[in-house]
Every structure is written in structure tokens, then in C-alpha cells.
Design a protein around this ligand. Sequence first.
Ligand code: TMP
Ligand code: ASP
Length: 246
Amino acid sequence: MKKGELLYEGKAKKIWKSDDPDLYIAEFKDDLTAFDAEKKGRAEGKGALNCKISAYLFKLLEDHGVPTHFVSCPTEREMVIRRVEMIPIEVVVRNIAAGSLTRRLGIREGVRLPFALVEFYYKNDELHDPLINDEHALILELVDHESDLEELKRLGREVNVVLKSFFDKIGLDLVDFKLEFGRRDDGKILLADEISPDSCRFWEKGSGRKMDKDLFRHDLGDVKVAYQEVLRRIREEIEGSSPSST
Ligand code: TMP
Ligand code: ASP
């Protein structure tokens, strides 16, 4: 598959047209940013790790009936994806209090929430991705119908059920994560973007060791070592630990 025109360059990915009008190519970059790109860094090989981790998780979700944009990974940092029109909403799902939730509401970091909390953020760099409610989303016309918001919440919760139990099995607490969705021409909503340690918080069970982008955000340790460890655990769980199947 050939790369065509560069359509978009974000902080962590580039999106290219391909020679198939229904497919795009996402290229995962080694750049790291935090706090609206006020903090910038780079970790050689991070893009390939996130590409592989996202591919495993998209496949896992597809196997559990969650529709995603994932098609294949032709190279170690490229992903062939279905063409969708992105919905400018970040859907954040939280199981344990951390990050902006602790700052906004004063809930102590590490408190387990009584149920999975789903939040919407308006994807807009100039406005610093503000937290919004359903009515804001409708007034801003980020979606056409209230039922679309219900669908985003339903998919967010479904992804959480699948991923939380998967990460439990590999010794990681899925603290929270951010999802993005897109719409196909026929209106169907697909899970898009990426699911990686850049967009999730993972804490090792028992030790509480952070194994995600918070290491970079708060200078807590080596991002690449942690991301490699996350990939190793995912791969072992999915492929089995025998050398012949890896
Ligand atoms: P927050 O606690 O900073 O709101 O982040 C919630 C989750 O969303 C966390 O897993 C990190 C992820 N996230 C992104 O993927 N991109 C972002 O721009 C932000 C702010 C958070
Ligand atoms: N991804 C966002 C940025 O680069 C924020 C974050 O993930 O902390 O600014």
C-alpha cells in the first residue's frame, strides 16, 4: 500500500492518504508532549511501541464486538486504518481517581470510583480541551443527535469492561484512558485514534509503579522501559509465552 498526501500532523501521529480511498495510513511518531505541548520530548522507538500496543488492543476489542478503525500494521510504526470523519470529542473513562479529576474535584489520587466515570472533553487546542457536558456538545454541534452521545458513552463503557479485565490479568490497574471516535460515510461510529500508554494510565498492581505517559509528564522515570514492559505483558497474554508463537 502506497502513502499519498499527508492529511494531518498531530503531536503523536501523522495521517496519510493511501492508494485505497477507504483507507488511511497512521504513522506513530517518537515525539512526546504534555500540558498542551508546553513540555516536549522524544523517546526513540516510542512510536513503534504505541503502534504495536494499539494494534493488539484494537484487535482484542474487535474480538469483543467493538468496531474499530484498525486494519493492519504494514511496518512497525505504521497502521492502516479505515477512513472516518473524526468526532471532536475526547471520551475519558476513569476507574481510579488521578490527574485532572483529583485537581478539579479534590478526590485523592488512588481512590477507586464506585462506578466507571465517563467524561467528554471538547477537542480544541486553543481552548485547552475543556470538560463539557452533553448539552455543550449539542450546542457546539460536535454530534448531530443526543443518541450519538449515548453511543459514545456505551462504547466507552464497553471498551472499559474489556480492557479493565484484560489489564487485571496482566497485573496492571487500568486507572483511566482517553478514546476518540470517528464516523464512517454510512454513519456508523468506530473507535479510532490510538490506545497506548500515551492515552491511558496504567499502575502496576501491588507496587503502584506508573507505566504510562505520567512518567514523562512529571519526570518520574524512563518512558521507553515502561512502554516496553506494557507491550511485553500484552504480547505474552495474547500470543502465549512459548517462543514459537511470538
Ligand atoms: P486527565 O486526568 O489529564 O484528564 O487525563 C485522563 C486520561 O486521558 C489519562 O489516561 C490521559 C489521557 N489524556 C490523553 O490521552 N490526552 C490528553 O490530552 C489528556 C489531557 C489526557
Ligand atoms: N497530549 C496532550 C499534549 O500534548 C496532553 C497530555 O497528554 O498530557 O499537550
